[in-house]
Design a protein around this ligand. Sequence first.
Ligand code: SAM
Length: 292
Amino acid sequence: EVPEIGSPARTKAILNRYHLVAKKSLGQNFLSDLNILRNIVAAGDVTDQDNVIEIGPGIGALTEQIAKRARKVVAFEIDENLLPVLDETLMDYDNVKVINEDILQANLPAVVASEFEPGPPVKLIANLPYYITTPILMGVLQSTVDFAAIVVMMQAEVADRLVAQPGTKAYGSLSVVMQYRAHVEVAFDVPRTAFIPQPNVDSAIIRLTPREALPVNPYEDKALFGFVKGCFAHRRKSLWNNLQGIFGKQPEVRERIETVLNQTGISRQLRPERLTLINFIELTNAFHNEGL
Ligand code: SAM
């Protein structure tokens, strides 16, 4: 009986047999720990009803664990050298499809419509290529696909920023935007020793699930995101300073900024990192109403 792909012995054997050298430029670090691989799939509560999208299957270690539990897995892999490898390592699974495409170019709704039967939950599970963690998550959360759960491994430092609360160092525009889009939590941490080759950073598994409705919504998502970015342009400066950076310093502009701050009851002295998601939404709407 052949050991599973994610066992250290099998991972090494596959890498040797295909003379594979992990490509740093593509963020290739192969997870080689069966317990962790199984726990990732468990964090997504994957059942035989679920259709799963995977990003970056590599040599197929996580894909295999998903395929054992899910209805179907569609995996996007950019590195064409890995296609013959995946053909072999996943040959026993008839519910896996590998697509040789850059995930940032992929049309997810079209793939979901053509590869999955309509109805059952669609989930996303991946050990992400770390160099594009943020664009991938932004793209996925902005696509019209309604993911029932997203379970992704990333650099621990980025995971900290995703779940950070107001008033902490890690809190920034990424925290606000992600927490606006989804309920975000850390499922568990993963040490660098679990990979071949080992990366220079520790990792964490993040779980994103649909968030409960907010008491107030921005008039437009893009406006909220732009406003949040602008507010964090100078973290060490006051909100007042940052707002003038966004809208301008002319006396009549300043007057309108004051009006909005009075309306919303938010102090101009605050540092942007003190503002909650709700504060940001209220300010976005109030500035819009004030014609700014
Ligand atoms: N899933 C495997 C595992 O857990 O061992 C490999 C994960 S490795 C961290 C990231 C994978 O993403 C690599 O296989 C890499 O080739 C692939 N990748 C990198 N950039 C990509 C992109 N833009 N689109 C799709 N896959 C990409």
